[in-house]
Ligand binder design. Structure first.
Ligand SMILES: [Zn+2]
Length: 412
């Protein structure tokens, strides 16, 4: 409990110090003014699209939660783990890896119809370009990637439990934090290429301008990488990922095709803001502390006798108790989503402010926001509850209002 309290305090302190809280959204009146300036047809179309996605999205969350609870808080899950280990004489390694993956697979499969429905909506609205074959291949690839990472994590976790039956929660917490850091390093070089091809941006005046921008910003960027996102979507986007030697700025090929050079510059300036403020490191650090705290919390809550009785197991440390742990993680994930979203929105707003200051071009920034919203069919001013629960970025109208506030401040 002391360790959990210590990790909790460290997490709160890290979030308080590293997240730019002193950056409240632009006044509501300015947001509404920005909304009025957007074409009504475009806003309506985006809202129809979002409404079409919404029922399936929430149903997937609800059904996913119900199944996780059904597997974790009844003996069903522990029986599934036993079943998966049976061909191997119930050996603990088979139970840990095959049983664990079987439980995760069942939880994934029950939400599969919702994922398919989502793809059909994306296709109907012309956002998806990959067809059902491409969709299925992506799905299988993501199952394979999850299975590999999951197998390593499960084997590591239950090995630690066997080696240190009394102190597994401490070693497990350290291991979970290490895994988060490791994944931040290797995801861009090992996992992202499974789904997309990345090539250095072709030499062009724009490329030289972007490299010059990065240099002026004091952010060492070896290259701007272009992802072949057009193979599955029409959406435009960009991101930074990786740490240290694996850090990269990635833009979608769609963005280069659809946006003006000034808009691309605004997007890349936003990404440079993430790099400069070390937002990937901040995410990794809070993620690592959160993962460590989660393991200790799982140990404490998962050892509570009434829960163990419900799950039909003797101890949280046996592989048969994995469905119980997964149920707890699922509930925690849903509970902490709004907190993570709030932190993310504040960090994104800081990257926006950085982009405005670096380019000094609020007009291009605003037209980039309009384009993102138009092409990606995002609701420029989404329903409040949905925004508070899960929006990772400020809304389009917030971002436009912030650009206008900047323009007023510098007198442009
Ligand atoms: Zn961003």
């Amino acid at each position: 409990m002391l360790t959990l309290a210590g990790l909790g305090v460290a997490l709160v302190v890290a979030a308080l110090v590293l997240v730019p809280w002193q950056r409240p959204p632009a006044p509501r009146a300015d947001q509404l003014a920005a909304l009025r300036d957007l074409p009504t047809g475009q806003v309506e179309h985006a809202r129809q699209f979002r409404s079409a996605l919404r029922p399936g999205g929430w149903a997937a969350l609800g059904v996913g939660l119900l199944v996780a609870l059904a597997l974790g808080l009844t003996p069903l899950g522990s029986r599934l783990v036993e079943l998966a280990g049976r061909p191997f004489g119930g050996h603990w390694i088979a139970q840990a890896i095959l049983g664990g993956l079987a439980v995760v697979l069942v939880a994934d499969l029950v939400t599969l119809p919702f994922a398919a429905w989502r793809h059909s909506v994306l296709t109907r609205y012309g956002l998806a370009t990959n067809g059902w074959g491409g969709w299925a291949v992506d799905l299988l690839k993501s199952y394979a990637v999850s299975a590999v990472i999951g197998a390593v994590a499960l084997l590591g976790f239950y090995t630690v439990i066997r080696l240190a039956p009394r102190w597994w929660w401490a070693f497990g917490a350290a291991g979970a934090a290490t895994l988060v850091v490791l994944l931040s390093f290797v995801l861009p070089v090992l996992v992202e290429p499974v789904f997309n091809r990345f090539s250095p941006m072709e030499p062009s005046p724009l490329r030289s301008q972007l490299m010059e921008l990065a240099e002026r910003d004091g952010v060492p960027v070896r290259d701007v990488l272009v992802a072949d996102a057009s193979r599955r979507t029409r959406a435009v986007n960009a991101y930074v990922s990786g740490l240290g030697p694996t850090r990269r700025v990635v833009v979608y090929d769609n963005l280069l095709r659809e946006a003006t050079p000034a808009e691309v510059t605004a997007v890349v300036a936003h990404e440079l803001g993430h790099a400069r403020d070390r937002d990937v490191s901040v995410g990794t650090l809070t993620g690592a502390l959160g993962a460590a705290a989660a393991v200790v919390a799982l140990y404490l809550i998962g050892s509570w006798p009434p829960l163990l009785r419900l799950a039909g197991v003797d101890s949280a440390a046996e592989p048969r108790a994995f469905p119980l742990l997964l149920a707890l993680v699922t509930v925690a994930g849903l509970v902490f989503t709004p907190v993570q979203s709030l932190m993310s929105r504040r960090i994104e707003a800081r990257a926006d402010a950085h982009a405005l200051a670096l380019t000094g071009d609020p007009v291009a920034f605003e037209s980039m926001q309009r384009r993102l919203s138009a092409v990606n069919l995002s609701d420029p001013d989404p329903p409040r509850w949905e925004y508070l629960y899960s929006a990772s970025h400020p809304s389009t109208v917030e971002r436009i209002a912030a650009a206008r506030a900047y323009a007023r401040k510098v007198g442009r």
